[in-house]
Design a binder for this molecule. Structure first.
Ligand SMILES: C[S@@+](CC[C@H](N)C(=O)[O-])C[C@H]1O[C@@H](n2cnc3c(N)ncnc32)[C@H](O)[C@@H]1O
Length: 335
C-alpha cells in the first residue's frame, strides 16, 4: 500500500472507532488522566496568573464558612487549598496519579479539611451532600474536556438543593479574524511562489486525499491573531446551574457579523468566557489579558474585508466534546 493509502486507512479507522461513544469515552478518559501526569501541564496552569487570580478572587468572595465543596479535577490541589481556607470541608477529586503531589502539598501546608480521592468524577460519591462544585474543566475549546457531562452528572447526583457550580456560566465565540503575517498560512491553491503558480490546483480534486483530519483546523496563540474583524457575540451560552442537558444546546448556529475593521479574513477564531459572577470572568479572547489557553482557528481562503461588509456563516458543532467535528461554512459575503 502507498504511504497515502496507509494514512488514509489510519484516518478512516480512527474516524470509525471514534463513532462509538463507548470507545471514545474510554480512550478520552485514559488520555485525560495520562495527560495530567505531565508536570509541565500543571506548571503552565499555575504560571497563568490571569487564570489563578480569577479563581482566587471568585473563591474567596463566594465560598462560605459552612460550605462543603467538591473540587473536580484538583491537579496540584491549588483550587482545593484556596477553598479550604474558607470552607468547612473539601473533597478534592482527580483521576490522575498526579493527585499524590496535591496531597503532599496540602499536607506540607497543614490543611486538615481536604479529603483527596483518586477517582473519576463519574464514580465519585461523597458521604454527605455538597454545596458547591468548584472546577477548572475548560479545554482550549471550552467543552472539549467533557466539562458539561461531568458537571451535570455531579449536579444531579451530589449537589444539595440550591447548590451551585463555580464557574457555571459560559459563552462560546466563533469570530472572523485576521492572523499576523507570520502566522498566516495560505492554502496551496492560493500560492504563487517565485513564478510557480499553484492556483490551477483549486479547480482539481488532486489535493483532496491530502486534506487530512486536521486540515483546516489548527490551534493558534493570541500573539498570532492580528485582530477580530467585527464586534463579537456568543454563538452558544449556557449556565451549568440550570442547563437540563447538553442535548438542548444547538448543534448549528447561523451568524451574521458586520465588519467594523478593515483587514483580511483568514478564518474564524474559537474562544470562550467563563463567568464567575458580576465582577469576575475569564476570557480567552485575543483582546483580553493573555492566558495559557490556546485558540482553535478554523481557516478559510483569505479575502479582504472592509467596514460595513456583512460576514454570514454557519457554525456547526455536531459533537461539542470533539472540536475536530466543528466547522464553519461561509454563506453570503457582500458589502
Ligand atoms: C485543567 S486541570 C485543572 C487542575 C487544577 N484544578 C487547576 O486549576 O490547576 C484538570 C484536572 O482535572 C482532572 N480531571 C479531568 N476530568 C476528570 C474527571 N472526570 N474526574 C476526575 N478528574 C478529572 C485532570 O486529571 C486534571 O488534573
Amino acid at each position: 500500500m502507498s504511504s497515502r493509502g496507509v494514512s488514509y486507512a489510519v484516518d478512516r479507522l480512527y474516524a470509525a472507532s471514534m463513532r462509538s461513544r463507548t470507545i471514545r469515552d474510554a480512550v478520552y478518559q485514559r488520555w485525560n488522566a495520562d495527560e495530567f501526569t505531565d508536570l509541565f501541564e500543571h506548571e503552565k496552569m499555575l504560571a497563568d496568573r490571569v487564570r489563578v487570580r480569577a479563581y482566587h478572587e471568585a473563591i474567596t468572595r463566594q465560598i462560605r464558612p459552612d460550605d462543603v465543596v467538591v473540587d473536580l479535577g484538583t491537579g496540584t490541589g491549588i483550587l482545593a487549598m484556596f477553598v479550604a481556607r474558607v470552607a468547612k470541608r473539601v473533597y478534592a477529586v482527580d483521576h490522575s496519579d498526579f493527585i499524590e503531589v496535591a496531597e503532599a502539598v496540602a499536607r506540607h501546608h497543614g490543611f486538615r479539611n481536604i479529603t483527596f480521592v483518586q477517582e473519576h468524577s463519574g464514580s465519585f460519591t461523597p458521604p454527605e451532600q455538597v454545596d458547591v462544585v468548584v472546577h477548572e474543566q475548560m479545554g482550549d475549546e471550552l467543552t472539549n474536556e467533557d466539562m458539561i457531562t461531568n458537571l451535570l452528572d455531579l449536579r444531579h447526583r451530589i449537589l444539595a438543593e440550591g447548590g451551585r457550580i463555580l464557574p457555571s456560566r459560559f459563552e462560546l465565540f466563533v469570530e472572523p479574524d485576521s492572523l499576523t503575517t507570520s502566522a498566516h498560512v495560505p492554502h496551496l491553491w492560493e500560492l504563487e511562489v517565485e513564478g510557480i503558480d499553484f492556483g490551477f490546483l483549486g479547480a482539481t480534486t488532486l489535493l483532496e486525499p491530502y486534506q487530512r483530519r486536521r486540515y483546516g483546523r489548527r490551534r493558534v496563540t493570541c500573539d498570532e491573531v492580528s485582530q477580530l474583524l467585527s464586534d463579537p457575540a456568543p454563538v452558544v451560552s449556557f449556565d451549568l446551574d440550570v442547563l437540563p442537558d447538553a442535548s438542548v444546546l444547538p448543534r448549528e448556529v447561523g451568524v451574521t457579523r458586520r465588519a467594523t475593521r478593515a483587514g483580511s479574513l483568514d478564518g474564524y477564531l474559537v474562544y470562550f468566557r467563563a463567568i464567575f459572577d458580576e465582577r469576575t470572568a475569564l476570557s480567552t479572547s485575543p483582546d483580553a489579558p493573555q492566558t495559557s489557553w490556546r485558540n482553535r482557528f478554523l481557516r478559510t481562503p483569505r479575502r479582504d474585508v472592509v467596514p460595513g461588509d456583512d460576514l454570514s456563516y454557519t457554525v456547526q458543532f455536531p459533537d461539542l466534546r470533539r472540536p475536530s467535528t466543528w466547522s464553519v461554512a461561509p454563506l453570503v459575503t457582500d458589502g
